[in-house]
Design a protein around this ligand. Structure first.
Ligand SMILES: Cc1cc2nc3c(=O)[nH]c(=O)nc-3n(C[C@H](O)[C@H](O)[C@H](O)COP(=O)(O)O)c2cc1C
Length: 304
């Protein structure tokens, strides 16, 4: 959210990954469409995707059909659905011939998404930035359990940011990995360098779970705003209006724009531990691949 624009997603795709533009990041649907067109130019015909986050609040989902239609009109090849069930959108997505990867947090949800027709699953561990779900099962367990229970490709996510973890994910049975927090320090991300520098300085203990009181765990950067949210939760306050000024999207955007990382609840996972320098997407991927090769050689040395 806010960060996955054409420049960033284009860089991810050109470096050999798959990236998803987040439609809500832009002030209008016209600007969203412009970003898709710009991404098409940057990637010179290589496939890319959009992220469709299905909210628990139906009124928040009204825009999704429009976002999807625009992606279809612009011939976008991939969709990452996340949050609640993508079932309602599946006929439209499949009719358009798109490939859909549903991101979820439990095997049960993954199985029902597969039944609804998704092509692949991303399974999140509790370490993940953003919405790690309410069960909070760690990635090392998710990665071993979920591929066993599904007959579609599985991508593991949450807490990942190194090549040795990539190798571990493949060994567990996953077919790939998804990186969120690790990528926030990419040069191609438009956020102010003060924000990115902060991410390079923090470690695995510097995130916080907020919004549990609404059954909507959110792992965010441990900043003044997240602490204020936790204080409201500790008081047992369940009136969302009191949380709104702290958790609303525009504060997040302002934080990224100004570099004031105490503003807003900013999605961040434990893999910030691996985001140690501001670097291009391509360099980040190269580092991960080098680390994976070193890990593979280490395993060979162990006779594995
Ligand atoms: C800054 C930031 C913004 C995110 N925004 C979204 C979003 O808009 N939609 C979504 O489905 N996931 C979002 N996520 C979650 C990621 O797509 C991914 O599931 C998560 O980052 C994986 O865990 P990791 O952070 O440990 O890599 C966001 C994550 C971060 C760090």
């Amino acid at each position: 959210m806010w960060l996955a624009d054409a420049n960033y997603v284009g860089a991810v795709v050109n470096a050999g990954g798959m990236g998803f533009i987040t439609p809500r990041s832009f002030p209008s649907v016209e600007e969203y469409r412009n970003q898709l067109r710009k991404c098409r130019e940057i990637t010179a015909g290589k496939p890319f995707g959009v992220n469709i986050y299905v909210s628990a609040r139906p009124e928040a989902n009204e825009a999704l059909a429009v976002f999807l239609d625009i992606a279809i009109e612009e011939n976008v090849e991939f969709v990452e659905t996340a949050g609640f069930s993508p079932k309602a959108f599946m006929p439209r997505i499949k009719e358009a011939g798109m490939t859909v990867i549903h991101k979820c947090t439990t095997l049960r949800h993954a199985q029902s998404a597969v039944k609804a027709g998704v092509d692949a699953i991303t399974i999140l561990g509790a370490e993940a930035g953003g919405h790690p779900g309410m069960d909070m099962v760690g990635g090392i367990v998710q990665g071993a359990v979920v591929p066993e229970g599904l007959d579609v490709p599985v991508v593991l996510a949450g807490g990942l940011g190194t090549g040795r973890q990539l190798l571990a994910a493949l060994a567990l049975g996953a077919d790939g990995i998804l990186l969120g927090s690790r990528m926030t320090v990419a040069e191609e991300i438009w956020a102010d360098d003060k924000y990115k520098k902060r991410i390079t300085e923090i470690g695995q203990n510097d995130t916080r779970i907020v919004m549990s009181i609404f059954n909507d765990n959110s792992r965010v950067l441990d900043n003044a705003t997240a602490q204020a949210v936790n204080e409201l939760e500790e008081q047992g306050i369940t009136d969302f209006e009191q949380y709104r000024p702290l958790v609303q999207g525009p504060s997040q955007r302002e934080a990224y724009e100004s570099g004031n990382f105490d503003l807003g609840t900013l999605s961040m996972g434990q893999s910030c531990a691996f985001a140690n320098e501001i670097s291009t997407v391509e360099n980040i991927f190269d580092d991960i691949i080098r680390d994976a090769i070193a890990a593979r050689d280490r395993l060979k040395g162990l006779g594995v």
